[in-house]
Write a new protein. Structure first.
Length: 450
C-alpha cells in the first residue's frame, strides 16, 4: 500500500466515523422524497430545441409556454454515438445510451459497441417488481422502444424484438404500430396487407404468429380505440397499424397524421393500467412522427405531432402531481434535419427554393400562423438527416434537479437508475440516513482502490 492510499483510507475512515452520528441526527427529517416510485419518460424522436420552438409558436405563440416547457428543471444533452462511420447518432444508439448507459454503434439495440448485451432500465424496473410499458406512434418494435425491451445487434430484427418483449423482458403494456412484424407473411392480421395508402406494407414476421403467442401468455390483444378503452390489463398488447401510425411524406404527397388512437389516449391508458402496481412503474412514451416528418421536411405535420406529444406530457404531469413520487422527463434522442425558424421572407433576401427536397436543396415551409397573434413564421431545413446538435431535457419530480446542466445522453441512465433505486447507481444516497452515508463511503472507497 502506498503512502497516498494510506492517507486516503485514513481520511475516509475519519469521514465514516464522523458521518454516522451526523446522519442519525439528520436522518429522520431528511427522508422524502427519497425516490421516484415511477418514471414516465416521454420522447419526441428527432426533437431538438427548434422543433420545440416551432411547436410552441403554432400552439401558444411567441410568449406562451408548452406544457413540456413548464417542467421546472431543464438541461442540455449531447446525443452523439460511437459508430465506426459517424458520430451522428441514430435512434437505436440514442435510446441504447439511455437504456443501458453505454454509447454504442448506430443500429445497436441495448448492446454495447462490442455487441455485448447489458440490462436495460426497463428490465431492472421489472426485476424490482414494477410494471413496465412501451408506447409509441411508430412500430412498437422500432429502435427507440426496442432499446428498453430487447437486445439485438441490428435494429431491423423487429420480430425478434417483439418476441423478446413477450418472452424475455415481459413488457406489461405494449401500444403502437408495427403489426407487420407480429404475423408471418401471408397472414395479414387485423390490418390488410398492401393497403392503397402504402402498398409496400404487409405482414413480414419471422418468429411465427406472435399475436397468438401474446394471447397464450395472458395479454389482452386490441387493435382499435374502442377495444383499447375497454381493456382491463394487467397485460395489454395494442397494435394499431401495419407500420407507423401515420404516413410520412413531404407535404402534398399523401402525408397523414391521424392515428386511430391518439398518443395522449395511449399514454393515459398505459398509466391507468401500470399505476395499479403499488410498487410503481416505468413507462416510455415516444412520438415518432417528429423525426419522420422531419426527414420529409414536413413542418406542418411535425408540429401537429409535436402538439400531440405535448398533450401527452400534460397527461403524464397530471398523474405525477397526483401521485407525488413520479419522475416525468421529456426529451429527444437527437435533432433531425437542421431545422431553423424565420420570420416571413424579406423580399431583399429571398429564400432558396423550398420544394426541392429530392434535389438536396434545403426545404422551406410556411408561412405558418403564430398562435395568439397576427404574426407569421417560416421553417427552414438544412438537411433530411440527423444532426449532432444538443437537445433539451425537461423534468419534474424526484431527482429532476439532477437533470440540470449539460451532459451526455448516458447521464440520463444514471439519474433514472438512482431515481428508481436500480442497478449499481441505485444504492442509497448520501444525506438519506446513515445507510446512505455508509453506501456513499463504500462507493468512494472502492473508487480509490487500485
Ligand atoms: Zn430519424
Amino acid at each position: 500500500m502506498t503512502l497516498k492510499s494510506k492517507v486516503v483510507y485514513l481520511l475516509l475512515a475519519i469521514a465514516l466515523v464522523m458521518s454516522v452520528p451526523l446522519a442519525i441526527v439528520r436522518g429522520a427529517g431528511n427522508r422524502s422524497p427519497v425516490r421516484a416510485r415511477s418514471v414516465i419518460f416521454l420522447m419526441g424522436d428527432g426533437m431538438g430545441a427548434t422543433q420545440r420552438d416551432a411547436i410552441q409558436l403554432v400552439t401558444v405563440g411567441p410568449y406562451g409556454r408548452l406544457t413540456m416547457d413548464q417542467l421546472p428543471y431543464t438541461g442540455m444533452m449531447s446525443t452523439n454515438s460511437v459508430d465506426p462511420k459517424t458520430f451522428v447518432t441514430d435512434s437505436a444508439a440514442g435510446a441504447t445510451a439511455w437504456a443501458i448507459g453505454r454509447k454504442t454503434y448506430n443500429g445497436a439495440i441495448a448492446v454495447d459497441a462490442q455487441g455485448k448485451p447489458w440490462p436495460t432500465l426497463l428490465e431492472e424496473a421489472k426485476q424490482a417488481g414494477k410494471s413496465v410499458g412501451l408506447v409509441t406512434t411508430s412500430q412498437v418494435t422500432d429502435a427507440s422502444p426496442a432499446a428498453f425491451g430487447a437486445h439485438v445487434e441490428d435494429r431491423d430484427e423487429q420480430s425478434e424484438i417483439a418476441r423478446q418483449y413477450l418472452e424475455s423482458s415481459k413488457v406489461d403494456v405494449i401500444l403502437g404500430g408495427g403489426e407487420d412484424y407480429w404475423y408471418p407473411k401471408g397472414d395479414p392480421g387485423a390490418f390488410p396487407d398492401h393497403p392503397k395508402e402504402d402498398p409496400e406494407e404487409g405482414s413480414k414476421g419471422n418468429r411465427g404468429n406472435l399475436v397468438r403467442e401474446a394471447k397464450r401468455l395472458g395479454y389482452t390483444y386490441v387493435t382499435d380505440r374502442q377495444e383499447l378503452m375497454a381493456a382491463r390489463g394487467p397485460k395489454v398488447l395494442g397494435l394499431f397499424a401495419n407500420e407507423e401510425m401515420f404516413q410520412q411524406r413531404p407535404e402534398g404527397e399523401g402525408a397523414v397524421y391521424s392515428p386511430v388512437v391518439s398518443l395522449p389516449e395511449m399514454t393515459q391508458k398505459a398509466i391507468d393500467i401500470l399505476s395499479r402496481n403499488p410498487r410503481g412503474f416505468f413507462l416510455f412514451v415516444e412520438q415518432e412522427a417528429i423525426d419522420e416528418m422531419g426527414h420529409n421536411n414536413n413542418s406542418e405535420l411535425l408540429m401537429k405531432a409535436g402538439q400531440e406529444l405535448d398533450k401527452s406530457v400534460g397527461v403524464a404531469l397530471d398523474y405525477a402531481k397526483e401521485s407525488g413520487d413520479t419522475l416525468v422527463l421529456v426529451t429527444g434522442d437527437h435533432e433531425c434535419c437542421g431545422l431553423t425558424l424565420e420570420g416571413p421572407d424579406d423580399p431583399k433576401y429571398p429564400d432558396e427554393d423550398g420544394r426541392e427536397i429530392k434535389g438536396n436543396i434545403s426545404g422551406e415551409d410556411g408561412p405558418f400562423k403564430v398562435a395568439r397573434s397576427s404574426y407569421r413564421f417560416k421553417t427552414d431545413w438544412t438537411t433530411t438527416g440527423h444532426t449532432p446538435v444538443d437537445v433539451p431535457v425537461s423534468a419534474y419530480g424526484p431527482y429532476a434537479d439532477r437533470l440540470v446542466g449539460n451532459y451526455e445522453n448516458t447521464h440520463l441512465h444514471e439519474v433514472l437508475q438512482q431515481a428508481l433505486g436500480l442497478g449499481p447507481n441505485g444504492m442509497p444516497e448520501t444525506g438519506r440516513g446513515w445507510w446512505g452515508h455508509l453506501a456513499a463511503f463504500w462507493r468512494t472507497l472502492t473508487s480509490h482502490l487500485p
